[in-house]
Design a protein around this ligand. Structure first.
Ligand SMILES: [Zn+2]
Length: 270
């Protein structure tokens, strides 16, 4: 490990500091889950290709709920087949070592942190394992109904359409994920909790995120302004690496989550 990185981590460990880990698509990519932001996220409806930024919207769901559900069932199938990797496992070990001094905020909806064994997780973009009523009738957040078949083509079957009805008001259920034309909130996406954790952290450990979305950048800026240590783990430079370069105790740890996290969490006492 680079001496400067070791020094920063040792400083956090020595003062029993609080750690906030912020993860993004990069950590899941090592489990074989594509980001769905590029070509792998395209979806064909009729003769037109739709981008994820068009599919994952309230507007599209209002217009074509069947299509949006078919796309999600395909994506969820990919998530279900994937397994947690050494990066996820390192963060579980860190949680066990630090207890309530550790918080994990993830942008990933694939549930891999939960399946690896992480418990203190805020899913700020939702979680594919759950659904809620599209009409907000008060159903709450419930498990994705069983028996839905992920597939790339063919319409929803009558029994699938039935399974995707809200048991309370009979309207559509929707995926429990944040759409591009929606806002972060506390109730569904734990925005306030995530910002509170950023406001208390002695170390922000950013893993595999490009900083493309708003709340992760707010978390980074909050930690930076407070003078928290900032370690960015990523194969490529990104806005968090730049933030780390300006920070008094910042470090850009070039590499993937699987490559870098095991030694980083050991240095933090896991
Ligand atoms: Zn309902």
């Amino acid at each position: 490990m680079e001496p400067r990185l070791a020094e920063i981590l040792e400083g956090v460990r020595a003062r029993s500091g609080r750690v906030l880990a912020l993860t993004g698509a990069g950590i899941s990519a090592e489990s074989g889950i594509p980001t769905f932001r590029g070509a792998e996220g395209y979806w064909v409806v009729g003769s037109r290709n739709y981008m994820p930024q068009e599919m994952a919207t309230n507007e599209m769901f209002a217009r074509a709920p069947d299509e949006v559900w078919r796309w999600y069932l395909y994506r969820f199938g990919v998530c279900k087949d994937a397994l947690p990797n050494a990066g996820h496992e390192a963060l579980v070990a860190l949680e066990r070592a630090l207890g309530d001094r550790f918080t994990l905020v993830t942008q990933n909806i694939d549930g891999l942190h939960r399946r690896a064994g992480s418990r203190r997780v805020f899913c700020i973009h939702g979680d594919a394992a759950y659904v809620r009523c599209a009409g907000e009738c008060g159903l709450g957040v419930v498990d994705l109904p069983a028996g839905l078949v992920p597939r790339g083509n063919g319409a929803l079957t009558p029994s699938e359409r039935e399974a995707l009805r809200c048991p309370r008001c009979k309207g559509w259920l929707r995926p429990h994920v944040l759409w591009f034309d929606e806002y972060y909130d506390e109730e569904h996406y734990r925005m306030d909790s995530a910002l509170r954790a950023a406001g208390a952290a002695d170390l922000l450990l950013v893993v595999g995120t490009s900083g493309a979305t708003n709340l992760p950048m707010q978390i980074g800026q909050l930690a930076y302004r407070r003078g928290a240590a900032l370690v960015d783990v990523n194969p490529e430079e990104n806005p968090f690496a730049e933030m780390a370069s300006f920070s008094r105790s910042g470090f850009f740890a070039r590499g993937s989550a699987c490559e870098r996290l095991p030694e980083i969490v050991r240095a933090l006492g896991a």
